[in-house]
Write a protein that binds this ligand. Sequence first.
Ligand code: FAD
Length: 324
Amino acid sequence: MSDILVLIEHRLGEIRDISFEMLNKAHDLSEQLNAPITAVLFGKEVASLADQITDRVDRVLLIEDDKLEVFHSNLSKELLSTLINDRKPKITLIGNTSWGMGLAPGVAVKTDIPLATDCVDVQVDDGSVSVIRQIYSGKVFTKVAFPNSDSCLVSIRPGSFPPDKKGDRKCEVEKMDFPFKDEELKREFVEYIETAAGDVDITQADFLISVGRGIKEAENIDLIRELADTLGGVMSCSRPVVDNEWLPKYLQVGTSGKSVAPKVYMPIGISGAFQHVAGIAGAGSVIAVNKDPKAPIFRVADYGIVADLFKFVPILKDKVAGNK
Ligand code: FAD
């Protein structure tokens, strides 16, 4: 068959952005490889979700069962591996999310197909597939090929591609039986716990001033808070700032925090690790402040200020305050 298989991820009745991002990339791969796109959707009563993707793919394989109400890595592994063994897809795209991270390695072992994890791009050269991954905290990009295999599993980092629809396809939904009705589940889903809402919603802010570990200690956070107040922005932060309990979790930007899309994003003392940068894919202008000229954040910045934040921030604040 040699199609491009895309595992559709959903949660609480909604298809997650990562699925649309993978479908966007799958469209390009489909054109380059002249291969159809097959979306795999499983869950409990998820047929209505299938309607949201029939104009992006050539086939939707829908498997519904009560046991699939919440993501279950063992069942998903069995289902996906069976489909891959039957269909022999050229590429299988899985989100490098908490779902995909638990699933992809097991599928690789079960199918004996090579897996490249956390990829930021998939390329086709002369019909051969390769992927781009970052190593050394995003400082180096590597190209990984699969010379000894006709099939590959690729887990995609969230935010690597836009979620927009490409092309104009139309397909029917193909319902498939759930073959593992008697499978004994060795793990049990307990509950979803929503993160605290907080008093500000950083996903709605137009101007975010984001503080990272470069701020060094809790007492210094006020420096950034005052700058945010002066500039008329909202404060957000990187994960270490939350881990150190300097700021609350609902202000965290990144893969385990929130994805934001402000018009202006100003990371201060943030290195630009991919888990952070994945959360700002929708940002307009990025103005980064970092004392290290080689910090990866400058790769995604539109404007870069190489400076010690403890010198730069007070000067900026006073300039702006003086002009008010
Ligand atoms: P660092 O990487 O320590 O960078 C500090 C920066 O400050 C450095 O670049 C340094 O040059 C600069 N600096 C230091 N002093 C000064 C100064 N005086 N003036 C100017 N610059 C200065 N991270 C997130 O942010 N969000 C997430 O959602 C997230 N999710 C994760 C999920 C997983 C599963 C894992 C494993 C990690 C996750 N991380 C996340 C952590 C991520 O990998 C990085 O560790 C983190 O983003 C680094 O935060 P930072 O840039 O603030 O700190």
